[in-house]
Write a protein that binds this ligand. Structure first.
Ligand code: BEZ
Ligand code: FE
Length: 297
């Protein structure tokens, strides 16, 4: 069959489009378009898509683009809620040797968090239940990694990031920490809340139509960098959170769920400069050596 020809039919549709792409001189682009076009045409055929449904889909994608701005990225939310972000993350961050799993970056990371000293508080307004986070960054053999840089961010007790909430101080609940010679780090914060992803746009309407909630379980984000190891983008989640089984963006992995124990220890509290009960989370982060480090290059 001459695919440069006319006479597009239900049966030859994908072949005809792909033949038209045959001159592409970028093999990866050509392969991506081949797979996309085949799956898209197969979906339209399997669904016997109506013209009204196709128009609704175009309207949805148009609205998704129109709500994007330099403060809002609706296409990433769409990718997150369809599980595509986590699938790309899984394919690109396969772990060995019990390395700590990665999870979604999300849209609320900002560059330039304040460099903080061990034990500093990242709460710049003091609002919320006190939380102490202790952790260690380790190599696969359990040896400590000194000088690992941890970029940490989380929501307020109301479930908002500082960038979403004009009542919070700039850089509230964000900080950069470096591990000591023993691989350990610790900082003070407040207990984060479970919160809805932005759901006042097309993605929120899609979730509502699908009878899905927009909630994420309470978590603290980390990006961990150390020379000779793969960068790790991950979270810790609060054990017992009601949304652990139904995270709107599919980010929960068992190894990332830790208890935030309530502590009533007046001496410890006094040493931290707090009164009454506080919460305590402990985490161990195991980094994966880069391929170059493993192969001695
Ligand atoms: C977050 O955890 O910050 C997040 C991740 C994906 C979508 C929205 C928010
Ligand atoms: Fe988050």
């Amino acid at each position: 069959m001459n695919y440069m020809a006319r006479n597009f039919t239900e049966d030859n549709s994908a072949d005809l489009v792909l033949a038209r792409n045959a001159g592409c001189d970028d093999p990866r682009l050509q392969r991506i378009m081949e797979v996309l076009v085949r799956h898209l045409h197969a979906a339209v055929r399997e669904l016997q898509l109506t013209t009204a449904e196709w128009e609704a889909a175009i309207g949805f994608l148009t609205a998704t683009g129109q709500i994007c701005s330099d403060r809002r990225q609706e296409f990433i939310l769409l990718s997150d809620t369809l599980g595509v972000s986590m699938l790309v993350d899984a394919i690109n961050n396969r772990k060995v040797d019990h390395a700590t799993p990665s999870t979604v970056l999300g849209p609320f990371h900002v560059d330039g968090a304040p460099q903080s000293a061990m034990g500093d508080s990242i709460s710049r307004d003091g609002k919320g239940d006190r939380l102490l986070v202790h952790g260690a960054v380790l190599a696969p053999d359990g040896s400590p990694i000194e000088g690992a840089l941890l970029d940490v961010w989380q929501t307020s007790a109301d479930g908002y990031y500082d960038t979403q909430d004009p009542t919070q101080p700039d850089m509230n609940l964000r900080g950069l920490f470096r591990t000591g010679a023993d691989g350990r780090f610790w900082f003070r914060s407040i207990v984060p809340a479970s919160y809805p992803i932005p759901d006042d746009g097309p993605v929120g309407r899609m979730l509502a139509a699908l009878k899905r909630h927009p909630m994420r379980p309470a978590h603290i984000h980390f990006i961990v960098d150390a020379p000779g190891y793969d960068r790790l983008t991950t979270h810790i989640f609060r054990e017992g959170d009601p949304y652990l089984e139904s995270d709107a963006v599919f980010g929960v992995k068992d190894d990332l769920v830790v208890p935030f124990d309530a502590v009533e220890d007046p001496d410890w509290a006094a040493g931290l400069g707090v009164s009454g009960c506080f919460h305590h989370a402990r985490i161990v982060i195991r980094l994966q050596p880069t391929a170059a480090a493993v192969h001695g290059r």
